[in-house]
Design a protein around this ligand. Sequence first.
Ligand SMILES: *Cc1c(COP(=O)(O)O)cnc(C)c1O
Length: 490
Amino acid sequence: MTTKEGTGLIFEKSVKGRKAFSLPAPVIKGKKPADYIPAGLLRSSLEFPEISELDIVRHYTGLASKNFSVDGNFYPLGSCTMKYNPKINEQICSYGGFRDVHPLFPREKVQGYMSLLKKMEGLLSAITGMDGFCLHPAAGAHGELLGLMLIRAFYDKRGGRRRKIIVPDSSHGTNPSSAAMAGYDIVSIKSDRDGRVDTGELSKVLDDEVAALMMTNPNTLGLFEDKILEIAEMVHKKGALLYYDGANLNPLLGLCRPGDMGFDVVHLNLHKTFSTPHGGGGPGSGPVGVKEKLKPFLPVPVIREQGGILDFDFNCPDSIGMIKAFWGNTGVILKAFAYIMALGDDGLKKTGEISVLNANYLRKKLGQFYDIPFNRTCMHEFVISVKELASKGIHAIDIAKALIDTGIHPPTVYFPLIVEEAIMVEPTETESKTTIDSFADNMAGIYKKAETDPELLKNAPVNASVKRLDELKAAKFPDVKWDFKKRNSQ
Ligand SMILES: *Cc1c(COP(=O)(O)O)cnc(C)c1O
């Protein structure tokens, strides 16, 4: 059978008797496996592909070349901040003093790593205007859960349980689900005509049962919540707390801070804002920052100087306990630390400014063709609606699939939920004008195709290794198991 490299399964390339390399027969002190392994545990055959070493290398190299990544192509996936991940971060992370460390090493042997974690807590506090940070959560959603557990512990300690969390209808799906996991009832509020939190709606639901309002600022439409100070006052007056979903912190870097806006708890996504690689389920990091009054509840262990060295302190009576084994995804934290140090104050500020400039430039260009429902100066991202193309049978998914044929990763689609046929675009600060212009040209071309040749879009992608999938079926009935016996009998 001939299959092109990188296509088909490695099992399909199997040829009976073919080997990658030869090992000596497994004889230990003159005995064969059957002499020392009980018969019931011995396998007579292994269902592995039989393949040469070179074919293995070609197979996986071929597959790797099919990976879509920021290093290969433009990736304007809204809300995900797919910025370039500087390679120096990887290099620093690979230094033996970091890479080869085990979390159970004696403390005095890992003082460098520990002081770096401590410094990172300080840097994130300074960037966000908070009083303390916990670096343990492994993702943004994990940080949300921790943040809500802290809020719960805060009210439990005061002896007045509050059972509701308010979330705007533009919020990321993880917000209500984290709140539900933390044991809260969810109260959703509608956005106003500007796409922002409606203070009238807020005041209707803000009562003594509310523990917190969760907000994303800029929100998921890419709009800055310009009434944030008024909202913070309303929330605090009712004795409730304000939670900041920091997934969209990028445009505010070095310009303004959630702590100064009145937020009591924040989570950050180091893998978005601070350039650590993500996508494909790679490790993330969702540190949580708090104001002074919530600090006693932070998870253990807390890094503290004890007996002249930095140590992990487990003795925190009001702590909610541990939320993750060991000390967080420290490799991710380290890369983000390297990123912050490399940029410095001025660099961080520029990051925010350019991400806003790029998004607004692109918004203006795409606005010539596409409908942008909340079309005003945005922060780092904006949302298109292709509702008007529905009469031609074209939907957001068709535009997304057509973009794949141009070598561009589709933007986020069908989110936020308050925009029909949404396409959410986030170019990030690391893309050049050339790339952004060429994306805009491609989007214009696709728009014209929707008018002249909608069938073409409905069949896209045509140049990708995988054509249009039945996404529902792929999600509900994934066929991922290789039936070796069935295959051999064919
Ligand atoms: C990505 C994102 C989250 C969740 O973060 P994860 O790291 O993916 O768990 C929450 N809110 C918003 C607005 C996001 O974009």
